[in-house]
Structure formats: structure tokens, C-alpha cells
Design a protein around this ligand. Structure first.
Ligand SMILES: *[C@@H]1O[C@H](CO)[C@@H](O)[C@H](O)[C@H]1NC(C)=O
Ligand SMILES: *[C@@H]1O[C@H](CO)[C@@H](O)[C@H](O)[C@H]1NC(C)=O
Ligand SMILES: *[C@@H]1O[C@H](CO)[C@@H](O)[C@H](O)[C@H]1NC(C)=O
Ligand SMILES: *[C@@H]1O[C@H](CO)[C@@H](O)[C@H](O)[C@H]1NC(C)=O
Length: 444
């Protein structure tokens, strides 16, 4: 024989000899770990050779499930298929554990399968109603107790425009509640088995009414209309009533009240002299009450300056401003002064009091006025206030306006030219504004 054949034959003999030596039973399948999902059907293999007259058992812990082809367990979800393979239908979490396929010869090693049962997430939400209410400044706890296998993660979001991620874990604790904490919240429970569960909650932060008025002073004229707006925030929602000079107002042919969202509007059509006065919107809910006043007046609106803060010339400046008034303007007053006389003398100069001729009737609500100031110092900073009068009286003194003439020894920084004023300057100047108001009341 060829030497190769000799080797092959020797190997064959060795294999046969081994088979003969192990003539007893032998597992053809192997022990394995199984992962299954609740509700699925699971097949645990157990294939044996040369079982002979021996008996094959399926055990789970000390409990025997099957013996030979006999079902020992009463659980009818268990079945033997194609010999000794164990089939479990509708697997539940209780089915997790080790399953042993055993040959009754006390010699062969057991075959062990390990079963892990994956459970999709479930959640218990608290409050169960998914609605929580707390007062402003108080606290609220939302809870999502999750179960499942593996242990699910719990993530909290606030469901506003951007869906902000807030926290992880079963509890969302919210404290020092503010109005803007109201809204929808959600927990997302996920463990990778099946789809995540999202539970939504509604949080209501309760607070007494808060009112803001767009304008606390509304200019109108006889025959024109007036619109008063109170924006009311409250939870629970507030009841809103309107008063004129502390008498309750009711809707009439000329007076209508309307609500749009948080906006409560009082509309007076075809204003009559008796409509001028002090109006109040009052908002009530179970937690409190708020009120705001709006004056309806025929007097002109406060002047708004429109000229740039830097003069075009060294000694002159053209002041421009606008005044709202339905009737023609009768009279205008201007007060101005230099802010610091010179560099060594940092005191304001004296006020110059100017009567400006009333402009031509504007034909519209807004009257635009320009007035040229002459004889100013070059490179100097000035400030001005303006007041206007129509047949209903003088308006409120304008805000203080600052401007700067060209030239001078020191260069001007842009921030010095800002028409906004420091509170210190404003405070100082309000004294003059009050004096001016008193003066105009006496002469007006
Ligand atoms: C959404 O809510 C979060 C948390 O309260 C807040 O920080 C965020 O500014 C809100 N975003 C919008 C667009 O309202
Ligand atoms: C309420 O009034 C404010 C101010 O005029 C306005 O910006 C807002 O759009 C109004 N809201 C509604 C719902 O009308
Ligand atoms: C309007 O009336 C209220 C009281 O009813 C008062 O507090 C408020 O100062 C008045 N406002 C004006 C501008 O008269
Ligand atoms: C600054 O002004 C004061 C007061 O008018 C005056 O007495 C002083 O001479 C001035 N100084 C200069 C440098 O112009």
C-alpha cells in the first residue's frame, strides 16, 4: 500500500475504536444561552445519540418537566417537538433560568441551556391623572416608575418648541415654580426591547393675576377712537372688569370690550368729552387681584425727539421733534441748557426758556416741529426738554434729549452722543422738568 493510505486507514481504525468505546449515549446538541422576548416561542434543543433504553429528562431546578416522552409539568405551554427538543410558547418573565436536559445514566454530563427573557418597558406614572398643579414658588414632582428587562432608562423633557432635555431617572423634581414652568412634560422609558414608551404630563403653575398695560396714557380726541389694552396673565384664568373713574363700565353702542388670548381691550368709538378720564382694568382669580390704570386724554402725547444727537454746525443746532395731538397745537415750550460750561467749570449752564410758535395744523395725528437754536458754544453738550399744549391742556414733559455742537478743543466720543441718559442725569433733570411743569400750569 501507499504510505498515505496506511496513515488514513490507521486514523479510521482509531475513530471506530473510539466510537466503540463510547457506545453509550451522547449529546449531539450543545448547551447554549438564549435571549428571548416576552410572548415569543422558544425551542431548547436536546439531541442524543445511542440513548438505548435510557430515559431523557428535562429539568428546571429541582422540578422535572418531562421524562422520556411524558409531560410531567402541568404547564401546557411546554411541549416536546421532534424528539426531545423542548418548546416553550408564550414565554414570560418567570421562564428565565437554567433548563437541564439530563440522561438517566448518572454518568453523562447534563446539557444546560440558560434562558434570559427580555421584557419591553412598562411605566407607572404619578400623578396617575398626568396632571399636576402647584402654586408659583412651590414645587412639583412628576414620576415615571419603569420596569422591564434590561432595566429601562428614564429621560425627562419639557415639550416646548425646543423639547429641552431636563433630567434622567424616575423622578422629575421642579421647585421654585415660575409661570413659565407651566406646560407639557414627558418621560421617555426605553430599554431597547420594543418601542420606547412616552408618558406626557401637564404641569399647571397657579398664580394671581399680573397685568401689563402697553400704554398707561392714551391720546385721543372728540370724534376719534381710543383703544385701551391690558394684558392679563393668570392661572386659573382671571375675570377682567373695566372701570372709568372707579365706576364699573358696561358695553354700549360706543364702548366694546373684547378678549384675545391674554389681551383685554376696551374700545371707545367716537370719543365724547365725558370719555376722557382715568380707566382701570381689574383682574381677579382665586389667588388674588391686580389692577392697572390707563388715562384717556385729549392732551397731546409727550414729544419725541427726531433730530440726530450731533449738530451740523459749531454754534447752531436744528432741533426736531414730533407731537401727537388730534386738535391743533396751541403752544410749545422748549427748555435747553449747556451741560458743562467749560472744562474747568463742570456745572450745567442756566436754562434757556423758549416759546416756539405753534406749527401749522398737521392734518394728521402727528405734528412735526423743527426749531433752530443759535448762539451755541462750539464743541459743547446741551440738553433739552419740550412741552406742548392743545385745547385740552399741556402734555407731559418730554424725555430729556442731549445734543452736541461741532468743534471745540476735545474730540467727542460716540458714547457721549447717545441720546440715552444716565439715571443720575435724569434724576437731576427731572427737578427742572417738574419746575417747568409747575410754571406751565401757572401760566397755562
Ligand atoms: C423650554 O423649556 C425650558 C425649560 O423650562 C427652557 O429652559 C427653555 O427656554 C424653553 N424653550 C422655549 C423655546 O420656550
Ligand atoms: C396682545 O397684545 C400684544 C401687544 O400689542 C401683541 O403683541 C400680541 O400679539 C397680542 N396677542 C394677541 C393674542 O392678540
Ligand atoms: C387713576 O385712579 C386711581 C385710583 O382709582 C389712582 O390710583 C391713579 O393714580 C389714577 N391715575 C390718574 C392718572 O389719575
Ligand atoms: C469757565 O466758566 C466759568 C464760569 O462761566 C468762568 O468763570 C471761567 O473763566 C471759564 N474758564 C474757561 C477756561 O473758559
Amino acid at each position: 500500500m501507499e504510505p498515505g493510505w496506511v496513515v488514513l486507514a490507521a486514523a479510521l481504525v482509531a475513530v471506530l475504536a473510539q466510537n466503540n468505546r463510547n457506545d453509550g449515549p451522547r449529546f449531539l446538541s450543545r448547551g447554549h444561552s438564549f435571549r428571548t422576548v416576552v410572548g415569543d416561542t422558544l425551542l431548547l434543543p436536546c439531541q442524543v445519540q445511542n440513548l438505548g433504553s435510557l430515559v431523557l429528562l428535562w429539568r428546571r431546578g429541582p422540578a422535572v418537566l418531562t421524562a422520556a416522552s411524558l409531560m410531567v409539568t402541568r404547564d401546557d405551554r411546554f411541549r416536546l417537538v421532534d424528539g426531545y427538543n423542548l418548546q416553550i410558547t408564550d414565554v414570560g418573565p418567570q421562564d428565565a433560568g437554567d433548563y437541564v436536559c439530563q440522561i438517566s445514566d448518572r454518568v453523562s454530563k447534563d446539557q444546560v441551556h440558560t434562558v434570559e427573557v427580555l421584557v419591553p418597558p412598562s411605566v407607572r406614572a404619578s400623578p396617575e391623572s398626568r396632571h399636576a398643579a402647584a402654586r408659583r414658588g412651590g414645587a412639583a414632582v412628576l414620576e415615571c416608575r419603569a420596569s422591564g428587562n434590561p432595566v429601562p432608562s428614564v429621560v425627562w423633557h419639557k415639550l416646548n418648541d425646543s423639547s429641552v432635555r431636563l433630567a434622567e431617572g424616575p423622578q422629575l423634581q421642579l421647585s421654585r415654580l415660575e409661570r413659565q414652568h407651566s406646560g407639557k412634560y414627558a418621560c421617555t422609558v426605553d430599554n431597547g426591547v420594543g418601542p420606547p414608551i412616552v408618558s406626557e404630563f401637564q404641569l399647571q403653575v397657579l398664580y394671581p393675576p399680573e397685568i401689563t398695560v402697553e400704554r398707561s396714557w392714551v391720546h385721543t380726541g372728540e370724534g376719534f377712537r381710543a383703544e385701551l389694552l391690558c394684558t392679563v396673565l393668570a392661572d386659573p384664568p382671571a375675570e377682567v372688569l373695566w372701570y372709568q373713574n372707579s365706576f364699573p363700565l358696561s358695553a354700549s353702542e360706543r364702548v366694546t370690550m373684547s378678549v384675545r388670548g391674554n389681551n383685554h381691550t376696551l374700545l371707545i368709538a367716537n370719543v365724547q368729552p365725558e370719555d376722557f378720564g382715568n380707566y382701570t382694568c381689574v383682574a381677579d382669580n382665586s389667588l388674588g387681584r391686580a389692577r392697572q390704570h390707563v388715562e384717556v386724554s385729549g392732551r397731546p402725547g409727550a414729544a419725541r425727539f427726531t433730530s440726530p444727537p450731533l449738530a451740523r454746525a459749531r454754534t447752531a443746532y436744528t432741533l426736531a421733534f414730533a407731537v401727537d395731538s388730534y386738535p391743533p397745537l396751541d403752544e410749545l415750550r422748549l427748555l435747553y441748557r449747556q451741560l458743562a460750561v467749560n472744562e474747568s467749570f463742570q456745572q450745567p449752564g442756566r436754562w434757556h426758556d423758549v416759546v416756539i410758535p405753534a406749527p401749522e395744523p398737521a392734518g394728521s395725528l402727528t405734528h412735526r416741529v423743527t426749531h433752530e437754536l443759535r448762539g451755541l458754544d462750539p464743541g459743547a453738550m446741551y440738553e433739552a426738554i419740550v412741552q406742548a399744549k392743545n385745547r385740552y391742556g399741556w402734555n407731559e414733559v418730554s424725555d430729556i434729549f442731549q445734543f452736541h455742537t461741532l468743534g471745540g478743543t476735545h474730540s467727542v466720543h460716540a458714547d457721549e452722543l447717545s441720546p440715552m441718559f444716565s439715571s443720575a442725569v435724569r434724576h437731576r433733570l427731572m427737578t427742572y422738568a417738574v419746575l417747568l411743569a409747575l410754571y406751565t400750569h401757572m401760566v397755562g
